[in-house]
Design a protein around this ligand. Structure first.
Ligand code: NDP
Length: 300
């Protein structure tokens, strides 16, 4: 194996530490405490774990955490009324509505109701437009985390060929916009892309955000390239015992690590960066709301 392994767990801990430092400064200098409100509708077990982790890490960073747990049968109008209340609450700087929502609630309508200045997930159409036009936006957390790791590894990304495999609104498209903003030459690949292997082989930076276990083998990777594996896939692991599973990415790790210059593992790569960037976005939203300078090294 020749690639440098990019340790997302350590990097995320560093980001959280920097957020905590800047939160402490905000408190000391301006008497301000950033606040993140997380809204969970229903009892989806995975969502409950995410929400718990978000709340815990928010408090550890010195911020206020406001959790709103609503019954699965909550009417859409009631959820919209809560969002309006949080929009108007000056102690709340970031609002996150945990997805997926129950079927009877229109997800797009709820996301559109969040004040774009508090939209720490970066999914509001205003933030999407601001990012696409190169203006100050709140940026989706997972691609922001990928960008931070890439900047840390490369310094400047200017002029590099970047290939993003996947064009979802939450990962692929914003990732491509961010890389374009850092002056990469960007290709977005997807399920209809012809000769994906050849497209990937041209990448100095290869970001995989597909959701297909180990679909990108090492011989699609350009020697020395940086590989960011966003995929999180659970596959059977009979070697661990009957019925056991393990997590893998969209990239075949061993064969890719043999040729790449640097690579993120799964787990322990991109995953931990997502909540760290949510905290960074909440700090950013708070600073902007108060008319203060942008947090250092924590924005796109
Ligand atoms: P989506 O399912 O929304 O998008 C997948 C994309 O992959 C689509 O654009 C699709 O193309 C493309 N695709 C599917 N099959 C192929 C193929 N054979 N060849 C090329 N492209 C293909 O997924 P998400 O973007 O939401 O998530 C992607 C992965 O990232 C998942 O594993 C998810 O779990 C993970 N993830 C991880 C996060 C983290 O914190 N680390 C956060 C968010 C997601 P088309 O548009 O043509 O259908």
């Amino acid at each position: 194996m020749s690639a440098k392994i990019i340790d997302g767990k350590a990097f995320a801990a560093d980001v959280r530490g920097r957020v905590a430092e800047q939160v402490a400064q905000l408190k000391a200098r301006h008497g301000l405490t950033p606040g993140l409100a997380v809204v969970l509708v229903g009892e989806d077990p995975a969502s409950q774990v995410y929400v718990r982790n978000k709340g815990k890490q928010t408090i550890e960073a010195g911020m206020n955490s406001f959790e709103h747990k609503l019954d699965a049968s909550t009417p859409e109008a009631e959820l919209l009324a809560l969002v309006e209340k949080l929009n108007a609450d000056p102690a709340v700087h970031g609002i996150l509505v945990q997805l997926p929502l129950p079927d009877h609630i229109d997800e797009a309508k709820v996301l559109a109701a969040i004040d774009p200045a508090k939209d720490v997930d970066g999914f509001h159409i205003s933030n999407v437009g601001l990012l696409a036009t190169g203006q100050k936006a709140l940026v989706p957390c997972t691609p922001l985390g990928c960008l931070m790791m890439l900047r840390d590894h490369h310094g400047s990304l200017s002029g590099l060929n970047a290939v993003v495999v996947g064009r979802s609104n939450i990962v692929g498209k914003p990732m491509a916009q961010l890389l374009l903003r850092d002056s990469c030459t960007v290709t977005i690949a997807h399920s209809r892309t012809k000769d994906l292997a050849e497209v990937c082989r041209g990448a100095d930076i290869l970001v995989a955000a597909v959701g297909r276990p180990q679909m990108i083998p090492g011989d699609w990777v350009k020697p020395g390239a940086t590989v960011i594996d966003v995929g999180i896939n659970r596959i059977p692991a009979p070697e661990k015992g009957e019925g056991k599973t393990r997590l893998v990415g969209d990239v075949e790790f061993d064969s890719a690590a043999a040729v790449a210059g640097a690579i993120t593992p799964v787990p322990g790569g991109v995953g931990p960066m997502t909540i760290a960037c949510l905290l960074a976005n909440t700090l950013t939203a708070c600073a902007r709301a108060a008319g203060l300078p942008e947090p250092e090294g924590l924005t796109a």
